[in-house]
Design a protein around this ligand. Structure first.
Ligand code: DQA
Length: 145
């Protein structure tokens, strides 16, 4: 099993960024917890603050990463604005699970809209850093079907 974890803008600041909303766990903590929880799974980790770099990585993962079973994507604020990311997700044959640490449906109205949700296999939000574990488990189950 091989899963990619892709994080968008400002998620490199997890742990110090608005901890009352996003919690105290860093991206590195999240990577360690995924490796611990799923010892039998290969992970590819990628983070960028740039929309184009995220599109490039989704394309690379979709077409050039051998044996990839799924992608967990926290697109950060690009979730609400990026048609380019939605197009990239629709363009690749690998299933993408949308995640958000916060419950985007309980926040400002602009965050309630996700441009990427319609092209993702599913979405999980609001459970803090555990969303990465939950989405990985969902993609593993999809791949095992
Ligand atoms: C987020 C929610 C987005 O609205 C926000 O722009 C983020 C983080 C989350 O994980 O809760 O950067 O994706």
């Amino acid at each position: 099993m091989k899963i990619a974890i892709v994080n968008g803008p400002n998620l490199n600041l997890l742990g110090k960024r608005q901890p009352e909303i996003y919690g105290l766990r860093t991206l590195h903590d999240i990577e360690l917890s995924l490796r611990e929880e799923f010892a039998d799974t290969d992970f590819v980790f990628f983070q960028s603050n740039s929309e184009g770099a995220l599109v490039d990585e989704l394309q690379r993962l979709g077409y050039s990463e051998p044996g990839l079973d799924g992608i967990v994507l926290n697109a950060g604020a690009y979730t609400h604005t990026s048609l380019a990311l939605a197009d990239a997700i629709a363009a690749i044959p690998v299933p993408v699970a949308e995640v958000h640490l916060s419950n985007i449906h309980a926040r400002e109205s602009i965050r309630r809209q996700s441009l990427i949700a319609p092209v993702c296999a599913g979405s999980i939000c609001g459970f803090g850093a555990d969303v990465y574990i939950l989405a990985t488990e969902a993609l593993r189950r999809m791949a095992a079907r």
